[in-house]
Design a protein around this ligand. Structure first.
Ligand code: PFF
Length: 463
């Protein structure tokens, strides 16, 4: 990180910027690549019947995700403040309503809520580092592996412990000004995760059902595509790119002026998508070869991968490394979820970075208890069952649904609408340094295509 002048940082005196485009790409990729790619993508693909869902997801990334990613980072860089203050500042500068602040408030809240359950799942990956290292998977049967997973969920004390530890790790990194340590860590660990996924795909290729899995993932069967699946694909495109929650806006607020946002956004989207597809190719062959259910839900990777690790050569090493890297991916995403809240608290005169981090952290830890108990004590508690969409859903399910399927797409919609309709087109072209060809493509997509598609999915789902 370098320190730039008062003018360059839009009024945040002495505030730091990312040291280079590469650093920003690493941090933003660190935010994007996380449990969403390795844990969530495979299990929701399994729940939604495979190929057709994957196709819709890829279309959502390209047609909606990338333009909105560009818009979100751009808004952040223009504002150079916390997301809330950024929206207030931009609305004033562009002569728009003060109510745009609600976009900042919603995004910040959404990222906060996501972290509350994300950290519990992050805790699972810590438990599994331990299991892996102790050789718990070696020569285990699917039933034994299933029991290991079930046992973990049944113990609230255990989940609470790991949730707490996960939050503490995230806070420690955030409090100390994340960048230098984070930059270095992500630099080495992300490529390593990628490599390890390739090894896992290599192993999966040797199993009997590899081609079944490839067909499941890439041969669309549109008869299995429900409305809910389309909404889920859209929501996941947002989740996996960390979009609509102001996390990318907060990271964008530290981005140097000379970096090309469109190129950067495309790079992030490609890496993120590759990781998700590799995870699918590593996991589904094992699921099918071992007679497991593709629609097993949130436990899918914790019940399928250990079987492979238990049988492959040097499985203990690979398993430990894998769950450790999953944890790293989760941590680098988690820090981006709290950054908007911290940046906002930090703007209060009485609070410095450390205090702001402590307050945000304590609040998210408490909110996380809802998820901790969703898997045991409150597993049968369906607090919003009187609303049809929340029937049968625990606190965890509700938080997941509300954030990914409603708040993130809505936040993204507002961001792209603001960029395309509330800022003068010449300003956007100028500040994004768009060549005429790119501008002719990107601006109409931002103005019409992405919002129209988003609205279509929303309205269709409501009806
Ligand atoms: N993109 C992260 C993942 O795929 O795991 C999740 C995420 C990060 C969502 C940051 C939202 C966010 F603000």
């Amino acid at each position: 990180m370098t320190t730039e002048t008062h003018a360059a940082t839009g009024g945040r005196e002495g505030n730091p910027l990312w040291s280079s485009r590469l650093t920003f790409i690493l941090a933003a990729t660190g935010s994007a690549v996380g449990l969403g790619n390795i844990w969530k993508f495979p299990y929701i693909t399994g729940e939604n019947g495979g190929g057709a869902f994957v196709l819709v997801y890829l279309l959502c990334i390209a047609l909606i995700g990338v333009p909105i990613l560009i818009a979100e980072i751009y808004l952040g860089r223009r504002g150079r403040r916390s997301p809330l203050a950024t929206m207030v500042h931009l609305a004033k500068q562009d002569g728009r309503s003060h109510n745009w602040k609600w976009l900042g408030i919603m995004g910040m809240t959404c990222a906060f809520l996501i972290l509350s359950f994300y950290s519990v799942i992050g805790g699972w990956s810590m438990v599994y580092v331990g299991h892996a290292f102790n050789g718990a998977f070696i020569d285990s049967t699917p039933d034994q592996i299933g029991a290991l997973f079930g046992g973990m969920l049944q113990s609230p004390g255990n989940l609470l412990f790991w949730h707490t530890l996960f939050i503490l790790i995230v806070l420690t990194i955030l409090a100390g000004g994340i960048r230098s340590g984070l930059e270095k860590a992500v630099n080495i660990l992300m490529p390593l995760l990628f490599l390890l996924l390739l090894v896992m795909v290599g192993y999966a290729m040797s199993t009997a059902e590899f081609m079944t899995a490839v067909e499941f993932l890439f041969k669309p069967d549109f008869s299995r595509l429900t409305t809910e699946a389309v909404l889920s694909a859209l929501g996941h495109a947002f989740f996996t790119l960390s979009l609509g929650s102001c996390a990318m806006m907060a990271y964008g607020s530290y981005l140097p002026e000379n970096v090309s946002i469109p190129r950067t956004a495309i790079t992030i989207a490609i890496i993120d998508t590759l990781v998700a597809l590799l995870a699918g190719l590593a996991i589904f062959p094992l699921v099918f070869s071992n007679g497991l259910e593709a629609s097993a839900g949130p436990g899918l990777i914790f019940q399928s991968l250990p079987l492979a690790f238990g049988q492959m050569p040097a499985g203990l090493l690979f398993a430990t490394l894998f769950f450790f890297l999953l944890l790293v991916a989760a941590v680098t995403s988690a820090i981006s979820m709290l950054e908007p809240s911290i940046e906002w608290l930090e703007e209060k005169p009485a609070l410095n970075r450390v205090k702001a981090t402590a307050i945000a952290g304590a609040a998210v830890w408490v909110t996380g208890l809802l998820t901790v108990f969703s898997f045991n004590q409150w597993a049968e508690l369906h607090p919003l069952a009187f609303l049809p969409v929340f029937e049968g859903k625990t606190f965890f399910d509700i938080l997941d649904y509300l954030t990914a399927n409603i708040m993130l797409p809505l936040g993204g919609l507002l961001m792209v609408l603001y960029t395309a309709w509330c800022i003068k087109p010449m300003t956007v072209i100028d500040e994004l340094k768009l060549k005429s060809g790119t501008a002719a493509l990107l601006l109409p997509v931002m103005k019409f295509v992405s919002p129209a598609l988003l609205l279509l999915v929303f309205v269709y789902n409501l009806l």
